[in-house]
Design a protein around this ligand. Structure first.
Ligand SMILES: [Mn+2]
Length: 246
């Protein structure tokens, strides 16, 4: 079993006075494509920071590269539902995980699996980034509460709290906002940034920015970088792709 390390579930970052802050959607083992997106935005690792809505692994061909990325001091992901499988690798429904793209993990030696799990267990469920325009929240799927403060309080409950797992799972799995076109804002935040549900182009519901434009889907998706200072996206519009969707 893994040690019971103290997990910080909500991590706060001070404003970045030296460079730019970006958020990116689900990566799913496509780090070469991600790097290309960063290059085209002129990303400067000396001063810029990249926040990620999680789902770093599964499905794509470069899942093992994630450890190199986690070692980069400017790369700050939250935990997605696929990342959570890694955290729970020794207790989760492995068959269901393999079905959802987890075969790469099943092929690792046990001590390698354990190393991935140790690192992934450090991923916070939510990140807060201070910007000149106000506080921005990042979570994989959604903040289902009226306020971020409410969600934060729930996430900071002790491990023994029965609601904790439920709340964590809504943060990592919920699609209700997108499915219901729910435009109710998270009232105490400038913006909340999420991924999890692939979109043809970025969408804003209330003040919740959905930025997973399926950069991990060859031919039909692309990586969107959201500038957390300006809330503008790079690219600004959907590029021409070989396949389209309705
Ligand atoms: Mn997801």
């Amino acid at each position: 079993m893994l040690e019971n390390i103290e997990v910080v579930r909500v991590k706060r970052f001070a404003a970045n006075p030296a460079g730019r802050d970006f958020a990116v959607g689900d990566i799913h083992g496509h780090f070469t494509r991600l790097q290309a997106a960063l290059d085209s935005a002129g990303f400067d690792p000396a001063v810029d920071r990249l926040f990620s809505v999680g789902d770093l692994v599964d499905r794509g061909p470069e899942c093992r590269d994630v450890l190199e990325w986690l070692a980069r001091p400017w790369f700050h992901p939250v935990r997605g539902n696929h990342d959570d499988y890694v955290c729970r690798f020794d207790t989760c429904d492995a068959e269901n995980w393999v079905y959802n793209g987890g075969a790469w993990f099943a092929g690792l030696a046990w001590d390698e699996q354990r190393e991935f799990a140790v690192q992934f267990r450090e991923l916070p469920v939510a990140i807060e980034v201070e910007t000149v325009g106000g506080l921005i929240g990042i979570v994989h799927a959604d903040c289902v509460f009226d306020t971020w403060a409410e969600m934060r309080k729930e996430l900071e409950a002790p491990e023994s709290n029965k609601r904790l797992k439920l709340v964590q799972n809504t943060c990592m799995w919920s699609r209700s906002r997108v499915e219901n076109f729910d435009t109710a804002p998270v009232t105490d935040m400038r913006a909340v940034v999420v991924g999890h549900t692939p979109m043809k182009r970025p969408a804003v519901l209330g003040n919740v920015y959905h930025i997973d434009t399926a950069g991990w889907m060859p031919d039909r998706g692309y990586f969107t970088l959201l500038n957390l200072h300006t809330l503008e996206t790079i690219p600004a519009t959907r590029p021409a792709l070989s396949q389209d969707w309705d």
